[in-house]
Design a protein. Structure first.
Length: 394
């Protein structure tokens, strides 16, 4: 560098350029060189790289060599050139040279941080394309990596401004670690929770979760370092701290979506006064319909509720929307003051909300309509109209 500097100065002296003009011409030449290299990089090298990337069959280079990464790489060329060539324009002990070199170094650090963060963003986009990683809540991890890069860059910049060794600044930060942990408590806890959620596959973007404590019941839109964004079914947005999902309980419906069906568990309350033995005519009718066998008919007394429960099970198995390969049963629960609960427990092939509710309504509408055929009544508390009719009869 000294030999190059001497040759440059001798050349300018030979041209009759001395003093301030020598420095001005040198600085102008440095800026022109930096501009030319930047222009060559943007107009020549980057388009060539883009053409090569488009022609390759692999996908990772499309992300790691995207526009942001290449642009930030080009931004590095001018400050590096200026930093290397500035000593040609000023004496070694010049205070102005020291300041200009310091600002060049700071600019190089800033651009380098932006470049590394652009690469991290590219890695995040690349991981979203992977079948194994796209459903993992990795955004918080990448955000933490960016924060670490920004923190290291800030320490280097402060060390340049203060003319101190970066290791000394790190030592000073170690002494104030307790304060930093208090300030960044949520961020640190969010990072740990994000790692746990990802490692144990507890949560993925697109999962349907329910967490009544935070009023969340909907689809997970985004998992970041500090928040989990849930779009509820009423289109409101609920944000939950990631560590709350680890420390508290929440319900994830992913297992239901990945299984063979969605459960319906609902009861009919039968008026117990309507439960009785079937008459001979009823047994003939039920046998003709195939609801009881001839052996059962010949056996004597049959309770109408027994026939009704068998009818419900046959009816459910006849529906295409019911997954008969999973648990399907009709059972009686503990009698209540509101009647005898007859519970239907089965799974539908529909997992989306609207078809699920439609099937559930279809089943119970049918049962409400057909229950009178078996001589049974659904229990219903007296309404004001019932009381009014009773008073009139009195």
């Amino acid at each position: 560098m000294m030999e190059l500097s001497n040759k440059w100065v001798d050349t300018l002296h030979a041209w009759g350029i001395h003093g301030i003009m020598l420095q001005i011409v040198t600085v102008a030449a440095i800026l022109v060189i930096a501009f030319i290299l930047d222009y060559v990089c943007r107009r020549g090298i980057i388009p060539m790289i883009r053409k090569v990337v488009r022609k390759t069959k692999i996908e990772w280079d499309d992300y790691l060599l995207n526009d942001k990464v290449l642009d930030n790489t080009c931004h590095l060329i001018p400050p590096i050139v200026i930093y290397l060539l500035l000593p040609l324009a000023f004496p070694p002990q010049s205070p102005l040279l020291s300041y200009l070199l310091m600002f060049s170094q700071i600019y190089i650090v800033v651009v380098t941080v932006r470049l590394i963060n652009a690469v991290i963003s590219s890695l995040y986009e690349l991981s979203n394309r992977s079948d194994k990683l796209k459903d993992r809540p990795l955004k918080g991890v990448y955000q933490m990596m960016k924060m670490v890069v920004i923190g290291v860059g800030a320490i280097i910049i402060f060390s340049l401004l203060l003319d101190k060794d970066p290791s000394r600044l790190l030592t000073g930060l170690g002494a104030s670690a307790a304060i930093l942990m208090l300030v960044f408590k949520d961020t640190i806890m969010g990072l740990v929770a994000g790692v746990q959620l990802s490692a144990y596959d507890m949560l993925r973007p697109g999962d349907w979760i329910s967490m009544p404590k935070y009023g969340a019941d909907g689809i997970v839109q985004e998992v970041t370092l500090n928040t989990v964004k849930v779009q509820n079914w009423d289109n409101t947005i609920t944000t939950i701290p990631p560590y709350a999902l680890v420390s508290d309980s929440f319900q994830n419906w992913r297992g239901m979506r990945e299984s063979g069906g969605r459960r319906i568990k609902r009861s009919l309350h039968i008026d117990m006064n309507s439960i009785r033995f079937c008459t001979a005519d009823e047994m003939d009718y039920f046998a003709a319909q195939g609801w009881i066998s001839e052996a059962e008919k010949a056996g004597g007394q049959i309770v109408n509720l027994h026939v009704f429960c068998h009818y419900i099970e046959r009816y459910l198995r006849s529906l295409q929307e019911v997954n008969t390969g999973m648990t399907l049963m009709v059972r009686q629960l503990q009698p209540l003051p509101e009647g005898l609960p007859v519970e239907l427990y089965f799974f539908t092939t529909h997992k989306d909300w609207i078809p699920y509710e439609r099937l559930q309504a279809k089943v119970f509408e049918h049962l409400f309509a057909v229950i009178g055929t078996f001589g049974l009544r659904v229990y219903q508390k007296p309404s004001s109209l019932d009381l009014e009719r009773m008073n009139r009869s009195i």
